[in-house]
Design a protein around this ligand. Structure first.
Ligand SMILES: [Cu+2]
Length: 294
């Protein structure tokens, strides 16, 4: 019995020590999130590079998390108090009260106030997401099993290209390649410009997510969804398909490179030549689909 008790004590001590250590390392990593991709052990968001993502992260970190923690602690405190104050020895004859008007009004009104408090920034965020400013650049994003296709419409060059995950053997870490995120062809957009994304799919539902932009939109076959971002930092920003779409769901990363206007124009000139004649799996899949229908 004593032996078992000592083991249990030791286990609790080890558990507490490891919990404290992981909390400390998480606290140390907090506020130091990398741009554009996640790192092992990270618990916060990836660093934001659009006003929308900054607002979204403020809403989560400074409103939702504190409200959730406060309510959880309040309910926990009530439970602990009830267990301690009303257990059989302390309170042998229980009260037979079934109603308390003041208490009932309070537990109705207080949650309403909490919800209103959350609703104001929440609706502001929704408005920001859904109100599209006049776009400078439009990119058509088409999802398919299991890669992305990026199309730049007529006024930008009228070309489209596929973007596939890089095989492990093709990775060049010295060039900043990241396993499971780097792709053969990145989408390139200019800095400080409103980029409109038109998002669709040619087979099943996928989901386009780039955390640093604060963008998350489903790619639905037969439907054109729209979103936007305006990145204010150059760099490469990764995302992943976030809707279970089949066996290679985890292997269709999204990669957007944000560059200066000059570099963007230079890329456009090259890309027009490179991709104008290149076969596109999206076009191939579409024609195969037509063939089966005939
Ligand atoms: Cu997918």
């Amino acid at each position: 019995m004593k032996q078992g008790g000592r083991f249990a004590q030791r286990r609790i001590a080890i558990w507490a020590a490891s919990a404290a250590a992981s909390a400390l390392s998480a606290a140390a990593a907090w506020g130091d999130e990398p741009y554009g991709h996640a790192e092992p052990g990270q618990i916060g968001f990836q660093a934001p590079v659009t006003d929308l993502a900054r607002y979204l992260q403020w809403f989560h970190n400074d409103i939702l998390v504190p409200v959730t923690v406060a309510i959880s602690l309040f309910v926990l405190a009530l439970l602990v108090y009830v267990v301690w104050r009303f257990h059989e020895k302390v309170n042998p004859t229980p009260s037979r009260t079934t109603h308390n008007a003041a208490l009932e009004v309070a537990w109705t009104i207080l949650p309403v106030i909490v919800l209103l408090f959350i609703a104001v920034p929440s609706f502001r965020l929704l408005t920001m997401q859904l109100t599209l400013p006049p776009p400078d650049v439009t990119v058509k994003v088409t999802a398919s099993q299991w890669h992305w296709n990026y199309g730049y419409p007529k006024d930008e060059g009228n070309f489209a290209f596929d973007s596939f995950i890089k095989d492990d053997k093709d990775l060049k870490p010295e060039n900043g390649d990241i396993r499971l995120l780097s792709v053969d062809n990145e989408a390139v957009v200019p800095i400080n410009k409103v980029v409109r994304l038109e998002i669709t799919s040619i087979d099943v539902i996928h989901s386009f997510v780039v955390q640093s932009f604060g963008v998350r939109v489903d790619a639905v076959p037969g439907r054109l969804n729209e979103t936007w971002f305006k990145a204010d930092r150059e760099g490469i920003y990764y995302g992943q398909c976030s809707k279970l779409c089949g066996q290679d769901h985890a292997f269709m990363p999204i990669a957007f490179r944000v560059v200066s206007q000059d570099k963007y124009e230079a890329w456009l000139t090259d890309a027009k030549k490179k991709f104008a004649a290149a076969p596109s799996a999206v076009r191939l899949a579409a024609s195969a689909d037509e063939a089966t229908r005939q």
